[in-house]
Ligand binder design. Structure first.
Ligand SMILES: [Zn+2]
Length: 265
């Protein structure tokens, strides 16, 4: 499923008709600017709950006054960016050159130990990935792909994570992955080095990083009016942004923090 609000430029007149206060939302045909009047209360995504955002606390709310404008070309560029980063199947990231550059073992391969039928130790050089949590090296066929924010219950968070990586949240992305996605220059991201079974997700310090900027709020409103929130969630859950390699143990229930259910291959 691809996100499709490419006809947004033409849909906007319908958006205005649907709006109970049409005069407060204007489009400049010459520049493509979409302006939300400060007195118009539009729908925004708000992350609530303490101490850290939880997937089930992401909701559309009424009442925030937004003072911002976003150009149609920026909206369309963001749609293209999100679609480009999405994979129809999450295991497809294993063949994605940029994802490989970030997560595969340096050099692409590792010496994997085996025991032969004659009971002697041997090794075989194979394409391999380290678990992004504990660092255990695995041949590619044993790698499990973790949805950092899962399909079940975490899709709203996946949307916020993707929009953060694209620069549409109040708090900026802190990790190397977002920087690489923005620069287009990809390099190996070392594992966290955490003990097996301590893989965690959001923390208290991440609230602002999961809060949309006003421009991000406008984008989400546009997606909602175009009935594309479901497509947006689907695209972001299976985004390169949201997928990391884990070993079976760290991807299992023992390795998941904050009650986020793992998605297994
Ligand atoms: Zn692991």
């Amino acid at each position: 499923m691809a996100l499709n609000i490419g006809s947004f430029t033409y849909v906007t007149s319908n958006m205005l008709k649907k709006d109970s206060q049409p005069g407060l939302r204007t489009i400049n045909p010459a520049t493509g600017d979409v302006t939300i009047h400060p007195s118009l209360k539009i729908r925004v995504v708000k992350v609530s709950g303490a101490p850290y955002p939880k997937p089930d606390r992401v909701e559309m709310v009424q009442g925030k006054i937004v003072k911002a404008k976003m150009q149609c070309k920026d909206i369309n560029a963001l749609v293209k960016r999100l679609n480009d980063l999405a994979r129809s199947s999450y295991r497809q990231v294993l063949s994605d050159p940029n994802w490989q550059a970030m997560y595969r073992c340096p050099g692409g391969t590792a010496s994997i130990p085996y025991i032969t039928p004659a009971a002697s130790a041997t090794t075989n050089t194979e394409e391999a990935y380290p678990c992004h949590n504990c660092g255990l090296v695995m041949p590619t066929r044993l790698v499990q792909i973790d949805h950092h924010h899962p399909q079940s219950g975490g899709s709203g968070m996946a949307v916020l994570k993707a929009l953060r990586a694209c620069g549409y949240t109040v708090g900026v992305a802190g990790g190397p992955k977002a920087g690489q996605l923005q620069s287009g220059v990809y390099a190996f991201i070392p594992p966290k080095g955490s003990p097996s079974g301590t893989f965690t997700h959001s923390t208290a310090s991440s609230v602002l990083r999961y809060t949309l900027s006003d421009e991000g709020s406008i984008f989400l409103t546009v997606a909602a009016v175009a009935n594309q929130v479901g497509a947006l969630k689907s695209v972001c859950v299976n985004s390169v942004i949201n997928l990391v390699p884990l070993c079976a143990y760290c991807n299992g229930s023992a390795g998941k923090g904050h009650g986020v259910k793992p998605v297994r291959p």
